[in-house]
Design a binder for this molecule. Structure first.
Ligand code: SAH
Length: 389
């Protein structure tokens, strides 16, 4: 174990249980500061503040695991993993699906670790030095807690580079399927590509919004913009949409979307467009009464927010031109920097410019397996609005 001593006055965020120690807060380190070392963190005056994993290269110098005065490293991660898995298994909000996020990093007291279950397979992402150097221990603990037949690690090369460690992708245990596997979420079936798909293969965080789309769909002409593998499109089809349009710029994603829609026997006629969504909306002249706008992250940092707001307004103005009276619109922002209030302001701007008043029916967020710890507000990254034209 090493000791990390903070500068005077830099202990405040830890006393509020915030799980990150920034590099600038660290005065000195006693002991061998190896990547991922278990670290005891002390205030300048010597008081023990807690324990975490040390990252010698990252600006997130220590990711905290515990805020007690005395914590044993042994068994800590295993116990956290078992707890995270047990909470999901017991949750009434996560029934009727075989695809669930089992570990959500800081939200589960496990910064640097994400584990998603897809049927019998677990997809694992390690994004901190502490987790990257404990790959075998984590794999064993996840296997033990879940009984999953397959464990597969997805490389996060951006995170690994920040940690100064090599990224790795491949099986952790078992034999990964050679083709995308099927999951079943509340009656909706999707193929998920564990190795090549976006995120860990699927947007599990939109599960509850898919339920909502299914309920809103009957008789409506639905537009799934930025559809990826058709998460929302399939929900709209199952809900009884009259017709469907799915748009994405990625060919492989659309191919899976087509397969997913194809598996629904009574699905309405569907049109698939491989196109830039902004251009598609400008040239399309169809009318819609259920529109889902789920673009990729547009504001990774605070300085991107103004540009993202302009892009959203552009998108929304075009979408409103295609929206029938009383249409439902679901708009999402995938960024900690655009919360529900900011999103509401942006949508209001577009509504004013388009001369189309909009009513907010609901505020939306990530599904409850994407737990956010109150002491880590940065963990909230997905906001959405359900609007009525
Ligand atoms: N709605 C999806 C997730 C969307 S992720 C779901 O619930 O599963 C964002 C998607 O936007 C990705 O599939 C990406 O390929 C696509 N994309 C990114 N830029 C785009 C653009 N300019 N036009 C159309 N699609 C785009």
């Amino acid at each position: 174990m090493i000791d990390v001593v903070l500068h005077p006055g830099r202990d405040r965020s830890l006393r509020r249980r915030h799980p990150w120690v920034l590099s600038g807060a660290v005065a000195r380190v006693a002991g061998e500061p190896a990547p991922g070392a278990f670290a005891r963190v002390l205030a300048a005056e010597g008081e023990v503040l807690g324990f975490g994993h040390y990252s010698p290269q990252s600006t997130l110098r220590v990711r905290m695991l515990a805020f007690e005065k005395d914590v044993a490293e042994e068994g800590l991660l295993e116990a956290r993993i078992a707890d995270a898995v047990a909470r999901r298994a017991a949750s009434p909000l996560l029934r009727d699906t075989d695809a669930v996020r089992l570990v959500n990093a800081e939200g589960d007291g496990l910064p640097g670790l994400v584990a998603d279950r897809y049927g019998d397979a677990l997809v694992v992402k390690l994004t901190s030095a502490g987790m990257l150097v404990r790959r075998e221990l984590l794999a064993a603990a996840l296997r033990e807690a879940t009984g999953a037949a397959i464990g597969f690690e997805r490389a996060d090369s951006v995170a690994a580079r920040k940690e100064g460690l090599p990224a790795r992708q491949g099986p952790l245990w078992g034999e990964p399927p050679a083709t995308p596997l099927w999951i079943c979420e509340r009656g909706r079936r999707y193929r998920v590509d564990l190795a090549e798909g976006q995120k860990t293969g699927f947007y599990l965080d939109q599960r509850d919004a898919r339920d909502l789309v299914e309920r809103l769909a009957p008789g409506r002409r639905a537009l799934d913009l930025f559809c990826y593998t058709g998460g929302f499109g399939v929900a709209a089809a199952r809900g009884g949409a009259q017709r469907l349009t799915l748009v994405d710029s990625s060919g492989p994603s659309l191919a899976l979307a087509q397969e997913n829609l194809g598996a629904i026997a009574a699905a309405a006629p569907a049109r698939f467009a491989q196109a830039d969504a902004f251009e598609f909306l400008r040239s399309d002249d169809a009318g819609y009464d259920l529109l889902i706008l789920d673009p990729p992250p547009m504001a990774r940092a605070e300085r991107d927010v103004a540009r993202a707001a302009r892009a959203y307004k552009d998108l929304l103005r075009s979408a409103l031109r295609r929206s029938a009276p009383r249409a439902y619109l679901l708009v999402f922002a995938f960024s900690h920097h655009i919360g529900p209030e900011k999103l509401r302001q942006i949508v209001f701007g577009a509504s004013l410019e388009a001369g189309r008043p909009l009513r907010v029916l609901a505020t939306l967020g990530a599904a409850p397996d994407h737990v956010v710890a109150l002491d880590h507000p940065e963990g909230a990254y997905l906001s959405g609005l359900l609007l009525e034209a």
